[in-house]
Design a protein around this ligand. Structure first.
Ligand SMILES: NC(=O)c1ccc[n+]([C@@H]2O[C@H](COP(=O)([O-])OP(=O)(O)OC[C@H]3O[C@@H](n4cnc5c(N)ncnc54)[C@H](OP(=O)(O)O)[C@@H]3O)[C@@H](O)[C@H]2O)c1
Length: 437
C-alpha cells in the first residue's frame, strides 16, 4: 500500500473539528477507497486548550498556520480558518509555494485571491481544491469543472445562502416579519450575531463569483457583482408573489448576454411550480443551464459542520487517490493564465420581467398616470391590479404591476417618473422575475 497521506488542518472550529472527526470515524472506508491511509498529522488553531470534541492527540500542534503550511511532514494543507486576508491567505500561499496540496472551504479568500493562488498551484503542479467553498456539501465544483466538458454554460443561478432561504421560507410559511425570522435564525445558530454579510448578499456574491469563473472561463470578479439583500422584503411582497404564482428567493445569477456577463445577487421571483422554488429552509441549490445538457439542478445542505466536512474530505480523498507525476487539472477549469478578463454587462441592460409594488394616494387619475409612465418607457404590462393584500386604507391603495420582458433601465425610468408624479405614499418596491423551469 502507498504511504499514508499526511493532512495538516488549520482551523478547528465548526468545519475543522468536523473534518477531523470524519477522517477519524471513516478511516477504514477512506483507506479502502483511496488505497492508502489518510492521517491528521498536524493541526493549528488559536486556542490550544479548547476541547474540540475529537481526540487530536497524535497530531503535532502549531500555533502558527504558516509554519504548519511549510512543515516538511504534511502532504496536504487544509485551510479552515476563514477570512480573505491574514492567516488564511498567508498560510495557503505558503503551502502552495512549498509544493503542498491545499484544500479550503474559504469562498472569501477565493473570491478575492483565487486566480493568483491558482497560478501558484498550477506552477507548482499541486492541487487547490475548494468544493466546500460553494454551496457546502453540494458537489457543484466537480460537476462544473469535470463532469460538463464540452458544454457551454448559458446561465448559472442558485440559492447559495441558507440563512436567507431560511428567513424567506419562514416568512412565507408562517406570515412572520423579516425581523422576527432573522431573530429566530440567530437563536437557532443559522445566522451570525452580525447578519449583514449574509442578508445583504455578500456571501452569495462570493460564491457566485467562483461559479461565474467556472461557467464562463473568466477571471473572478467579485467586486463587479450587482447586489441587493433581502432586508426590505415584506409580507406584502411575499403575499403578492404568492397570489401571482411566484415565490421570492435570494438568487445569485450569472448569465451570458450580448453585452457581456451579468452577475447579480438580489431577491427574485421564481414561478412557484419551478424546481428551485421547492428548495426550502437552509437548503442550497444550484441550477446550471448549458447548450448540451439543458438545465441541471443540484440541491442539498449548503452549510454546517458535517455537510461542509463531507466536501472537504472528498477533496482530500481526491488528493489521496492522485499519483505522483499525474498532471492535475487547472483550478478553475482553464489554466489560470488563460482565464479571460471578465466583461461586465451593465445592470441597466438586464432584460426580464419585473414585479412592481406601489403604495399610492387613493385619488382619481393615479392608475392612468402609472399606466402612462409604463407606456412612455415601452413597458408592456402583463397585469396591473389594485391589490387587497397591501397596507390599504381609505387614503392609500396598493397597486401591483407585472411587466412582460423589458429592461432595467426602462423600469428605473418609469418608477422614477411615477415617484416624481407625487402619487406614492411609500418607497416603491421592484423585484426582478427570473425564468426557471
Ligand atoms: N460553518 C459552515 O457551515 C461553513 C460552510 C461552508 C464553508 N465554511 C467556511 O469554512 C471556513 C471555516 O468556517 P468555520 O465555520 O469552521 O469557522 P470557525 O468555527 O469560526 O472556526 C475558525 C477556526 O480558525 C481558527 N483560527 C482563527 N484564527 C487563527 C489563526 N490566526 N491561526 C490558527 N487558527 C486560527 C480558530 O481557532 P480557535 O478555535 O482556537 O479560536 C477556529 O478554530 C470559513 O472559510 C467558512 O467560510 C463554513
Amino acid at each position: 500500500m502507498a504511504e499514508a497521506l499526511r493532512v495538516g488542518i488549520a482551523g478547528l472550529g465548526t468545519v475543522g473539528a468536523s473534518v477531523a472527526r470524519v477522517l477519524r470515524d471513516k478511516a477504514a472506508e477512506l483507506t479502502r477507497q483511496c488505497g492508502r491511509e489518510v492521517v491528521v498529522s498536524a493541526v493549528s488553531a488559536r486556542d490550544r486548550k479548547r476541547d474540540r470534541g475529537v481526540d487530536l492527540g497524535a497530531a503535532k500542534w502549531f500555533d502558527d498556520p504558516v509554519a504548519m503550511a511549510q512543515a516538511a511532514d504534511i502532504d496536504v494543507f487544509v485551510e479552515l480558518i476563514g477570512g480573505d486576508e491574514g492567516p488564511s491567505r498567508s498560510s495557503v500561499k505558503a503551502a502552495l509555494e512549498a509544493g503542498r496540496h491545499v484544500v479550503t472551504a474559504n469562498k472569501a479568500l477565493l473570491a478575492k485571491h483565487g486566480v493568483a493562488l491558482a497560478e501558484i498551484a498550477e506552477k507548482k503542479g499541486v492541487l487547490l481544491n475548494y468544493e466546500a467553498a460553494v454551496a457546502g456539501g453540494i458537489p457543484v465544483i466537480k460537476t462544473m469543472r469535470e463532469a460538463m466538458a464540452g458544454n457551454s454554460v448559458t446561465r448559472v443561478f442558485g440559492i447559495l445562502n441558507g440563512t436567507c432561504n431560511y428567513i424567506l421560507t419562514r416568512m412565507e410559511a408562517e406570515g412572520l416579519s423579516f425581523d422576527a425570522c432573522l431573530k429566530d435564525a440567530q437563536r437557532l445558530g443559522y445566522a451570525e450575531a452580525d447578519p449583514t454579510f449574509d442578508i445583504e448578499g455578500h456571501d452569495t456574491a462570493h460564491k457566485l463569483s467562483i461559479l461565474t469563473s467556472l461557467a464562463f472561463g473568466t477571471r473572478i470578479a467579485a467586486n463587479d457583482i450587482y447586489m441587493e439583500g433581502i432586508s426590505n422584503i415584506s409580507q406584502a411582497d411575499i403575499r403578492a408573489a404568492s397570489d401571482l404564482g411566484y415565490r421570492i428567493k435570494l438568487l445569485g445569477v450569472a448569465q451570458r448576454t450580448e453585452s457581456g456577463i451579468e452577475q447579480r445577487v438580489h431577491p427574485t421571483m421564481v414561478p412557484t411550480a419551478s424546481v428551485i422554488a421547492q428548495v426550502h429552509g437552509v437548503t442550497n441549490a444550484v441550477a446550471i443551464e448549458t447548450d448540451i445538457l439543458g438545465e441541471l439542478l443540484l440541491s442539498g445542505p449548503g452549510a454546517g459542520g458535517n455537510a461542509t466536512a463531507s466536501a472537504v474530505v472528498g477533496d482530500i480523498a481526491d488528493i489521496a487517490k492522485s499519483r505522483p507525476g499525474f498532471q492535475h487539472g487547472p483550478v478553475f477549469g482553464l489554466p489560470a493564465k488563460e482565464l479571460r478578463p471578465y466583461k461586465k454587462a451593465q445592470m441597466r441592460s438586464h432584460a426580464g420581467g419585473y414585479f412592481i409594488r406601489l403604495t399610492v394616494h387613493d385619488r382619481i387619475g393615479v392608475f392612468a398616470a402609472i399606466a402612462k409612465r409604463m407606456a412612455d418607457n415601452d413597458i408592456s404590462l402583463e397585469s396591473i391590479v389594485q391589490h387587497a393584500a397591501g397596507p390599504d386604507t381609505a387614503l392609500q391603495k396598493t397597486v401591483i404591476l407585472v411587466t412582460h420582458e423589458t429592461t432595467e433601465a426602462a423600469v428605473r425610468k418609469a418608477v422614477d417618473g411615477i415617484t416624481k408624479d407625487d402619487h406614492l405614499t411609500d418607497k416603491p418596491q421592484v423585484i426582478r422575475i427570473e425564468r426557471a423551469e
